[in-house]
Design a binder for this molecule. Structure first.
Ligand code: AHG
Ligand code: MN
Ligand code: MN
Ligand code: MN
Length: 335
């Protein structure tokens, strides 16, 4: 069997597309290397002394886990000296991270959720890392928040890793979505699935049902119809899954279809939603669209949103196209 490592995949993609330059290739390789280090730390669990709270809060007002802080540091340290980045932004940092002056700067911006699903870490449930890559219009100059304020359609790459029973890297460079599995002995990511495709229809949905009473009418109606199953207007039974790690829930959808929602609710409406546009919604929307699915806020396509803040939050509805379209239609009809 031809074994295609991430390195080989990126070199071949660069040859074929011509568009992808060697800095982008380096960037992806460095992110993947950092994710391997995060995977090793997670794998050690209690033995590595990495579980539990860090004793600090992040800019989102969340209590940071030790692994939130460690994963953030691993990604920063790995990416700052290579000369491929103009700067970085993270869920765990209030301000963008400028490249230290002793290192050269590149033309890309890297944004990440260093550890997604971190409330699951102490329970030994899958967590992940999500990342998004943009070009910096003003590379070489001082970096500001507004350099990152680009629509999701401007992303040149996005991906996530899932630290689960195996460690996976799912990547798009804007030409399909590809999945790599970490060979733990060799320490390399190996291509295990090309051109992931999300079926247009599904019988599976993912939502935190405990928020039901806080949702808006259209989501109430949609979920209510699903729960009626065969006897209801949908004429079929639906199954529900909620891991509470977005990477794991989205990866299930990339694997076998489904609908994922973290809709607007009265608890999070003041902040605009729960999930973060720049570190979670945009990269996942890019990946999902590249796999033939759809991603909206319930009202608009996520990738078309003009960001207004580094830590902006948005409602998220993504996955199998026909279900996303239905939920969006219910919102637009206002029912
Ligand atoms: P993070 O751990 O990066 O802060 O993200 C957690 C997110 C996301 O992964 C998940 O879908 C959602 O929060 C779960 O929220 P609930 O705990 O409200 O279900
Ligand atoms: Mn968090
Ligand atoms: Mn997250
Ligand atoms: Mn996180």
């Amino acid at each position: 069997m031809r074994r295609i490592t991430l390195t080989r995949f990126l070199i071949e993609a660069q040859r074929q597309q011509g568009a992808q330059n060697s800095d982008l290739r380096l960037l992806i390789e460095v992110v993947a290397r950092a994710c391997k280090a995060i995977s090793v730390a997670i794998g050690k669990g209690s033995l590595g002394g990495v579980l539990g709270d860090a004793g600090s809060d992040n800019v989102q007002g969340e209590a940071q886990k030790k692994l939130d802080v460690l994963s953030n540091e691993i990604l920063l340290e790995a990416n700052e000296w290579g000369g491929h980045l103009a700067g970085m932004a993270s869920e765990e940092m209030e301000l963008p991270h400028a490249i230290p002056t002793e290192y050269p700067k590149g033309e890309y911006l890297l944004l990440f959720d260093p550890l997604d699903g971190s409330s699951n870490i102490d329970v030994n449930i899958s967590v992940g890392t999500i990342f998004s890559v943009l070009k910096c219009a003003n590379a070489g100059c001082d970096l500001h928040d507004h350099d990152f304020m680009q629509k999701g359609t401007q992303q040149v790459a996005a991906g996530y890793t899932v630290y689960g029973p195996s460690t996976l890297l799912v990547l798009t460079l804007g030409n399909g979505v590809h999945c790599f599995t970490l060979d733990r002995e060799l320490g390399s990511f190996v291509l295990t699935k090309e051109n992931l495709s999300i079926p247009e229809d599904t019988r599976e949905f993912a939502i935190n049902m405990s928020n039901q009473r806080f949702w808006e009418k259209p989501v109430q109606r949609y979920v209510d119809e699903l729960l009626q199953g065969k006897e209801g207007p949908r004429g079929k039974d639906f199954n529900m899954r909620w891991v509470a790690s977005m990477v794991a829930d989205v990866h299930r959808i990339l694997t076998r279809g489904g609908l994922f929602m973290y809709p607007l609710d009265s608890k999070t409406v003041a902040q605009g939603g729960k999930l973060r546009l720049m570190y979670e919604a945009n990269p996942m929307a890019f990946i999902v669209e590249q796999a033939g699915g759809a991603a909206t806020t319930g009202r608009e396509r996520i990738l078309d949103l003009q960001p207004t803040g580094l830590h902006q939050r948005v409602p998220v509805v993504l996955g199998s196209k026909n279900e996303v379209e239905r939920v969006t239609r219910y919102h637009l009809e206002g029912s």
